[in-house]
Design a protein around this ligand. Structure first.
Ligand SMILES: Nc1ncnc2c1ncn2[C@@H]1O[C@H](COP(=O)(O)OP(=O)(O)OP(=O)(O)O)[C@@H](O)[C@H]1O
Ligand SMILES: [Mg+2]
Length: 310
C-alpha cells in the first residue's frame, strides 16, 4: 500500500503538487512536512508551502521561514520552505485590487475590495503563483483545515464569475468613464491564471489531494463531506492517511489501549469499505510528538519507505 502511495506522489517528468487536508489537529502538518522531507531526502527538489497562520513550519525546522519568499531549509538539502501568512497575503492582494478598482473611480471599488473572502483569495493567489511557475519537482502544501481549504478552492469560481461580470459591465463603464481598457485586460489575465491553476488542481496526475484523518466517527464523516465538496469542484481526493493508529504490539495487555485499538479497528474497516477506491496509508500513534527532523524522517519511512508497522 505504501508503495502505491509513493508511486502516486512521485514526479514522473512533471512536477507533482501534493495537498494534505483534513480536520483540525489530525496531523496535516506532520504528514505534509514528513512527505516533503522524504522526497527531498530521496533527491527530488522539493518545496513545502504552509498556510498555517501559526509558525509551525518554523518551529519544526528551528529556523525562521518567511511568508514572502522561499528559503532553503538549512538542515535538509533539496528542500525549500514558505510560510504564507493569510493576513499578510491579504495586504498584497488588496493593494493589487485597490490599484485595479481605483481606476474605476470608486464606483466598483468599495464593495469589491472588502470581500470577506479576501484572505482566502489572497492565499490562493499565492498558490496560483506556484501552480504557474513550479520552483521544484515536488511542491507540498500543508493546507489549513478542511472548511477553510474548501473556501480557498471555491473562491476562484466566484472570482472568475465576478471578473467576467466586471469585464462585461466594465466595458460599458470604461466607455462612459473614458477609462483605458488595460485594467480590463489585466482582469482577463487574472481570470485566465486562475482557470489554468484550477486545471492543474483538477488534473489527477499533476495534483494528488490527500486527506488525513483519525479512525474515529467524526473524522470519517468529515472526510466524506470534504471529498464530496472537492468532488463538486472537480478535484478528486486520491489518498487517505489514517493517522494515530494503535498497533497491536504496543497494547501488551493494557485494557485501555486494547479498547481504543478495537474501536479504531471498527472504523478502519468502515474506512476500507467506504473509501475502497482511494489509496489508504496508516501512520501509527508514536510515543513522541512529531517536532524534530528525526521524527519527520521516521514518519516518512512509515509512509513511503522501508519502516514496517509493528
Ligand atoms: N502519529 C502520531 N503520533 C504521535 N503524535 C502525533 C502523530 N500525528 C500527529 N501527532 C501530534 O499531534 C499534534 C497535531 O499534529 P499536526 O500539527 O500535524 O496536526 P494538524 O492537522 O496540522 O493541526 P492543525 O489543524 O492545527 O494545523 C502534534 O503535536 C503532532 O506532533
Ligand atoms: Mg497544521
Amino acid at each position: 500500500m505504501k508503495h502505491a502511495l509513493k508511486k502516486l506522489m512521485t514526479p514522473n517528468g512533471k512536477p507533482k503538487y501534493l495537498f494534505f487536508g483534513g480536520k483540525g489537529g489530525v496531523g496535516k502538518t506532520s504528514v505534509s512536512t514528513a512527505t516533503a522531507v522524504w522526497f527531498a531526502d530521496h533527491g527530488y527538489s522539493t518545496t513545502i508551502v504552509s498556510t498555517d497562520p501559526t509558525v509551525s513550519l518554523s518551529t519544526m525546522f528551528h529556523q525562521e521561514i518567511p511568508g514572502d519568499n522561499l528559503v532553503p531549509i538549512e538542515q535538509v538539502s533539496n528542500l525549500c520552505g514558505l510560510n504564507i501568512n493569510p493576513t499578510d497575503a491579504k495586504g498584497v492582494f488588496q493593494s493589487r485590487l485597490n490599484n485595479l478598482m481605483g481606476q474605476m473611480g470608486g464606483i466598483l471599488g468599495g464593495d469589491a475590495i472588502s470581500t470577506p473572502c479576501a484572505e482566502e483569495m489572497a492565499t490562493f493567489d499565492q498558490f496560483v503563483g506556484f501552480l504557474e511557475n513550479p520552483k521544484s519537482q515536488v511542491i507540498v502544501f500543508d493546507t489549513a483545515p478542511t472548511g477553510k481549504t474548501l473556501r480557498e478552492l471555491a473562491m476562484p469560481f466566484d472570482w472568475a464569475g465576478y471578473m467576467e461580470k466586471q469585464i462585461r459591465e466594465g466595458k460599458e463603464l470604461a466607455i462612459l468613464m473614458k477609462m483605458d481598457e488595460s485594467s480590463l485586460e489585466s482582469l482577463k489575465r487574472d481570470k485566465e491564471r486562475y482557470e489554468n491553476a484550477l486545471a492543474v488542481l483538477r488534473d489527477p496526475v499533476d495534483t494528488i489531494f490527500s486527506l488525513v484523518l483519525l479512525p474515529e466517527r467524526l473524522p470519517v464523516e468529515e472526510t466524506q463531506s470534504a471529498m464530496t465538496g472537492l468532488d463538486k469542484l472537480g478535484i478528486p481526493v486520491q489518498a487517505l492517511v489514517v493517522n494515530q493508529t494503535i498497533e497491536t504490539h504496543v497494547i501488551e495487555g493494557n485494557r485501555f489501549l486494547a479498547a481504543r485499538a478495537q474501536l479504531q479497528s471498527g472504523y478502519q474497516t468502515e474506512i476500507d469499505q467506504r473509501f475502497a477506491s482511494l489509496e489508504r496509508a496508516r501512520l501509527p500513534l508514536l510515543d513522541h510528538d512529531i517536532s524534530s527532523l528525526s521524527s519527520l524522517r521516521e514518519v516518512g519511512e512509515f509512509l513511503y519507505g522501508t519502516k514496517e508497522r509493528g
